[in-house]
Design a protein around this ligand. Structure first.
Ligand code: ADP
Ligand code: MG
Length: 275
């Protein structure tokens, strides 16, 4: 197995890894995690597509996507069968990184999807029509709900990554998320698994953060990345400059942590395909 030392050559997965970043709670770090892990992977030679599945479009904003009334977005892919390749845009200043943006139309998709055939599998269908042989990762930024958009993500992916905020009530609602993953796995996508848990907004000075981290580790064991993402002002500033923290301030504690987390994810590829 690849060890440390080859800083710039992370192993590429044999086939494209499709990872949903999900947690029905808002504000736990889904978008921040999606954007920064994607940027870190791309900066280490991985070819990465971010799919923004949240009508808020925060990932699209953070990745500098230009959007206007004419922009074709993941909405058109889900509802009108538009090809992902046609709407994915390169991310400025980060080679190997693309984003399929969200526009506000997506807010209606949750309802519009209900009447469509195979409504849970629209995104999966779109991925099937897309030649993913030139991609190493697809990261899907999910909205803060367990509705049809998140179900579409879970049906279309192989792995779920759950960011957990090291705060009060961090574990509340997690049972419901896990049951949903199990339901999708048993009925719609047998290949689905929770592969990764990332502790975010960690504040080592507080007993609370430490307790949450310990509790999550004792529940989820090796699924939890060793790297903790600390609370860092630079992380929260970056989106207002239409950037990831990886480019905005690569030496900040937040950027360093996301880089380490991405490295762990890249080096776990072997274990995932075996399990
Ligand atoms: P979600 O997508 O789950 O709703 P976000 O990624 O948008 O969560 O994060 C919620 C808020 O917390 C945002 O304002 C974001 O900038 C901020 N944030 C996320 N991670 C960190 C961090 N490590 N340090 C400081 N602020 C953070
Ligand atoms: Mg978000």
């Amino acid at each position: 197995m690849a060890g440390r030392g080859h800083e710039d050559a992370w192993p590429r997965p044999k086939t494209c890894r499709i990872i949903s970043v999900a947690n029905q709670k808002g504000g736990v770090g889904k978008t921040t995690t999606t954007v920064n892990i994607a940027a870190a992977l791309a900066m280490h030679g991985q070819r990465v597509l971010v799919v923004d599945l949240d009508p808020q479009g925060n990932a699209s904003t953070a990745l500098g996507m230009e959007r206007d009334a004419q922009t074709r977005s993941i909405y058109h892919c889900l509802v009108e069968d538009e090809e992902i390749r046609k709407l994915a845009q390169p991310v400025p200043d980060i080679p190997n990184l693309w984003c399929a943006p969200a526009t506000i139309d997506l807010a209606g998709a949750e309802i519009e999807l209900v009447s469509l055939v195979a409504r849970e599998a629209r995104l999966k269908r779109a991925f099937a029509a897309y030649d993913t042989s030139d991609l190493d990762y697809i990261l899907i930024d999910c909205p803060p709900s367990l509705g049809l958009l998140t179900v579409n993500a879970m049906v279309a992916c192989d792995e779920v990554m759950i960011p957990i905020q090291c705060e009060y009530y961090a574990l509340e609602g997690l049972g419901q998320l896990l049951r949903n993953v199990e339901l999708v796995k048993s009925h719609l996508n047998t290949g689905l698994s929770i592969s990764t848990i990332l502790l975010t907004m960690y504040d080592g000075r507080t007993r609370l953060s430490q307790q949450v981290a310990e509790e999550v580790r004792s529940h989820f064991g090796d699924l939890v990345l060793k790297t903790l993402v600390p609370r860092s002002v630079r992380v929260s500033e970056a989106p207002s400059y239409a950037q990831s923290v990886m480019t905005y301030d690569p030496t900040s504690t937040g950027a360093v942590a996301y880089l380490e987390a991405a490295r762990e994810i890249a080096h776990r590829a072997e274990g995932i395909s075996a399990g």
